[in-house]
Write a protein that binds this ligand. Structure first.
Ligand code: ATP
Ligand code: MG
Ligand code: MG
Ligand code: MG
Length: 563
């Protein structure tokens, strides 16, 4: 590619409103431009990078036995009614109507579409297991799109969905995806950790891990042990400023915020807290009376304590569709609550699903929908409600807990039969019995991954692309385009390198040397080859962007620098 005609507008100054290095550099180096809030165009450089990441993902997914397909971005709303997610998903769901007033959504994820697709086309155990994936544009009307492509409203995702006949099959698929993700993010040269996570709005009762890139700009906090593999998302611990300052979304906050609403801190004041176990706790009302359910165990509900006068059977679990999904935050309630004294709180990180309620928690149409703890009400400090702290013993008994900030680049879930049951994706087993398929889903934020790579690979002068991701392999600079020797050497190098299979960018612009050097650093291609004063002797200067190492070498000896 010739830089003279290359559509890669660069900027010297830090663009306004870009607060973090990846956002600044992706704009400055001409990878992306904002078209509307949270909606970006990828310029040729950005598109090349996107393609490189996609190719790594494809290779690893295909290797793991997954099959690529492509589903529509536009999805009929009926599918979301069928799955029961239409009202639960919240204002992130972008909706539209066609000319016949039929309702559609712009897909934020594809569980509904894939489940109906498989339902209609697979009906025997003989066709299972199966793992299907796509790389496609997703839409989420984020409350606060920010940080460029790190949190945008239109973004590229790789999403995969597995279908199995039994739990062992799901475990196997999950592990295969876990391994594929580990390979993918390693090949992207990312420093990351797989952490235990909260199932959030997607639901599902099995395991779930997030792949977190360690970075100060990350919006998640990870608690991990320095001495073992233990790592978990702290979820709502230590909410960052943005949540406190955030404006309440219309329709949700005002409805919800009653004067008597309590924070977790208030609710749990004076209660004995024990931080040695993970738990989920849910706070809700049944017929006006508050109940705090504390679920011990490692993200599995295996023990439930119900406070006050109610019997345990008053609290029905997610299987009972009429009530609510106790595992998720899908159905939330907020209201005036007094916690009775006899409540025991077995505290810990995953308090995200603390859900409180208005009257009639198990009555239909009595719920505030889509309540998200961070979004709709804030839990900013815990007082006596002590979260795990740095230095606490790790839950696995190995080492102590440390904290780090992370960017969620990938997420793997064991969904179980949540969607297959709702949408009727069943198969006939060996005995001719109808069974729901057991599903998993696996997402990677492709565009977010690029921003994460930039966060970990840059310096004050610009980008430093890992070879596997770089939009070009080599940057040839013709320092002075008025000097025939320099032009000739640059041109012949350009041709021979291309012939040797390299992707080459040649700076053939009529710019000053200083401008060219600055732009080359900003673009951050792995190797820069400068044709300058000694061009007549066939001598070029080779610079390795990562370590800044510079050497003068004869063009005949270039090979060893490029591989
Ligand atoms: P987050 O917690 O950051 O909002 P999420 O948990 O809602 O992400 P998932 O539903 O798990 O996201 O989607 C799979 C992946 O898609 C995420 O791990 C992330 O890498 C990416 N992703 C999600 N939302 C965005 C967004 N707004 N912009 C860019 N990438 C995103
Ligand atoms: Mg999200
Ligand atoms: Mg998340
Ligand atoms: Mg997630």
């Amino acid at each position: 590619m010739r830089q003279q005609l290359f559509f890669s507008p660069t900027m010297r100054e830090i663009p306004q409103g870009a607060d973090i290095p990846s956002h600044q550099l992706m704009l400055r180096a001409g990878l992306v431009r904002q078209t509307a809030s949270g909606i970006y165009s990828y310029l040729p450089l950005g598109k090349k990078v996107l393609r490189n990441v996609e190719e790594i993902i494809r290779e690893e997914m295909d290797n793991a036995g997954a099959q690529e397909l492509l589903m529509p971005a536009i999805q009929p709303t009926e599918l979301w009614e069928e799955s029961g997610r239409l009202n639960n998903y919240g204002p992130e769901l972008m909706r539209l109507k066609d000319r016949h007033e039929r309702d559609f959504v712009l897909g934020p994820t594809h569980e509904e579409v894939i489940t109906s697709l498989v339902r209609d086309n697979v009906n025997s155990y003989k066709k299972l297991p199966m793992n299907l994936y796509q790389i496609q544009t997703k839409y989420r009307d984020e409350r606060r799109p920010r940080f460029g492509v790190l949190r945008s409203r239109e973004f590229m995702m790789k999403d995969a969905y597995s279908f199995d006949t039994d739990k062992e099959g799901l475990d196997k698929n999950y592990q295969a995806m876990f391994n594929a993700y580990t390979n993918i993010f390693s090949r992207c040269c990312l420093d990351f950790r797989a952490v235990k996570a909260d199932a959030g709005a997607i639901g599902g009762k099995g395991g779930t891990h997030e792949f977190m890139v360690l970075s100060d700009v990350g919006e998640d906090t990870i608690a991990y042990s320095g001495a073992s593999d233990y790592a978990a998302n702290v979820e709502i611990a230590d909410l960052p400023d943005m949540y406190e300052k955030a404006e309440a979304p219309k329709e949700t906050m005002e409805d919800i915020h009653t004067p008597n609403m309590r924070t977790i801190e208030e609710l749990t004041q004076g209660l004995q807290i024990n931080s040695d176990r993970l738990l989920k706790s849910l706070l809700f009302l049944v017929d006006d009376k508050p109940i705090l359910v504390v679920c011990r165990g490692d993200h599995e509900i295996n023990e439930i304590k119900v406070s006050n006068a109610f019997e345990a059977e008053d609290v029905r679990l997610a299987e009972d569709k009429e009530v609510f999904d106790i595992m998720g935050v899908e159905t939330g309630f907020i209201g005036p609550v007094n916690v009775p004294e006899e409540v025991t709180v077995v505290c810990d990180f995953a308090v995200k699903s603390v859900v409180s309620g208005v009257c009639g928690a198990n009555k239909k149409d009595k719920h505030y929908q889509n309540v998200h703890p961070e979004r709709d009400f804030s839990v900013t400090s815990y007082g006596d409600f002590r979260l795990v702290q740095e230095g606490d013993p790790s839950p696995d008994g190995k080492g102590t807990i440390q904290f780090a900030k992370g960017i969620e680049v990938g997420h793997v879930f064991k969904l179980g039969t949540k969607y297959s049951e709702a949408l009727g994706a069943v198969y006939l087993d060996e005995n001719g019995r109808s069974q729901p398929m057991i599903m998993g889903c696996y997402g990677i934020g492709v565009s977010r991954t690029i921003a994460a790579i930039v966060e970990q690979h840059h310096d004050d002068n610009g980008l430093i692309w890992p070879k596997s991701i770089a939009p070009f392999d080599v940057h040839v600079l013709v320092l002075n385009t008025k000097q025939e020797e320099q032009v000739n050497l640059g041109e012949s190098l350009y041709e021979s390198l291309k012939k040797a299979g390299y992707n080459v960018l040649i700076d053939d612009r009529k710019e000053r040397a200083g401008v060219k050097f600055k732009d080359a650093d900003l673009l951050g291609l792995p190797i820069r080859v400068t044709c300058g004063k000694r061009a007549a002797e066939g001598i070029v200067e080779v610079k390795t962007r990562r370590d800044g190492n510079m050497e003068e070498v004869h063009v005949d000896e270039l090979d060893s620098y490029l591989t």
